[in-house]
Design a protein around this ligand. Structure first.
Ligand code: GTQ
Length: 348
């Protein structure tokens, strides 16, 4: 019978104790919680309002320098994953602050990172010798094992959301990390070089990809917004998503990052999405507009820069009070490659 745990008897308990020192355990005691009929996740639906977090970011800026911290980041830790520095089972998220004049020193790691810019204008992140200047709404990639450093030569603080696949990398015991001797890497290419080479529907004729990560490091918000603005004229709304685009690697048509799926969606004013669920726990960031998301037994009312999590297989829907734009990311590319990803669109 489904879900029933076998009866405990003194004889069975004695047997379990006897086999334990030999690193053995009875499957039948745990089978039903191990192989569940549908996803059972410790990830909780949770929201961080930017206005609540911003003062703590500012205090962190007075408490420690970027130089001492290496990365001055407040981790967005899911309350269902306490002590694990994770926002979902597979992903890390944190808010990073770089103050005027500061540098976050160069290093590289096996983990891939995305930056989603929340506040400030014009600080840079350098990847593989190329600087990218950051503006709100931009999505920027730091591919696995590429040297990167961040610097702020502007007069105002820069705050962005980091998303990394660290929990996944650590699950697989594949973490590597190293620093360069120099604090900042040398600039070997002009800003905009990767965009020119790969981001204009063109690429160098004999170029072959060496990795699965997009060779375009930056997806400026002005491009993304313009695409959504032009497409919305068709009024061709998806019942579950409004108008939803995924960021892709233009050389392969695959997700822009091998482990993290990234998306931007537009919901027109007064649009309500149909209830939907999928197996990839998802982190959302409101870029523009106002609205709410119903997930589990909670209503999250969001506005610009607010961040919230929809756990795996939780049915949810969004309602936009104004025309709204949501950025989101999840481990969907990993699930898709392993033939594990599922969605439930209800009857839509
Ligand atoms: O910018 O390299 O939020 O290495 C966590 C680890 C950011 C980064 C984080 C990192 C970085």
């Amino acid at each position: 019978m489904e879900g029933s745990v076998p009866t405990h008897t003194t004889e069975r308990e004695a047997f379990y104790r006897e086999i334990a020192p030999g690193n053995l355990a009875p499957l039948w005691e745990v089978l039903h919680s191990l192989v569940t009929p549908e996803p059972v996740t410790p990830v909780q639906p949770v929201m961080w309002k930017y206005q609540d977090v911003r003062p703590f970011i500012e205090r962190a800026g007075r408490l420690i320098t970027a130089a001492e911290a290496e990365r001055r980041v407040l981790v967005l830790e899911n309350p269902g994953l306490k002590g694990r520095s994770s926002i979902t089972h597979s992903l890390f998220a944190g808010m990073q602050l770089i103050l005027p004049g500061e540098i976050a020193r160069a290093h590289r790691h096996a983990a891939s990172a995305l930056r989603f810019i929340l506040e400030g204008k014009g600080a840079y992140t350098a990847v593989d010798g190329e600087r990218t200047y950051m503006n709100p709404g931009d999505f920027i990639i730091t591919p696995s094992w590429t040297f990167h450093d961040h610097g702020n030569t502007t007069a105002t603080p820069m705050v962005w959301l980091d998303g990394l696949d660290v929990p996944l990398v650590n699950l697989l015991d594949t973490s590597f990390q190293e620093r360069t001797a120099a604090e900042s890497q040398e600039e070997t290419r002009h800003p905009g070089d990767s965009m020119a080479r790969f981001g204009a529907g063109l690429m160098p004729v004999d170029w072959k990809p060496k990795t699965r990560t997009s060779p375009v490091f930056t997806y400026p918000y002005e491009h993304t917004r313009a695409a959504l603005d032009t497409m919305k004229r068709e009024q061709d709304w998806d019942a579950c998503h409004g108008l939803k685009l995924k960021f892709i690697n233009p050389a392969t048509g695959e997700h822009a990052m091998p482990t993290i799926g990234t998306f931007m969606q537009l919901l027109p004013k007064e649009f309500s999405t149909a209830p939907y669920r999928s197996t990839d726990s998802t982190v959302y960031v409101c870029v523009e507009g106002r609205g709410l998301t119903h997930v589990g037994d909670q209503f999250f009312t969001w506005g610009p820069r607010d961040i919230f999590v929809v756990p795996s297989w939780y049915r949810h829907f969004h309602h936009a009070d104004e025309e709204s734009v949501l950025f989101s990311f999840s481990d969907r590319p990993v699930q898709e490659k392993l033939d594990l990803w599922r969605e439930d669109r209800g009857n839509h």
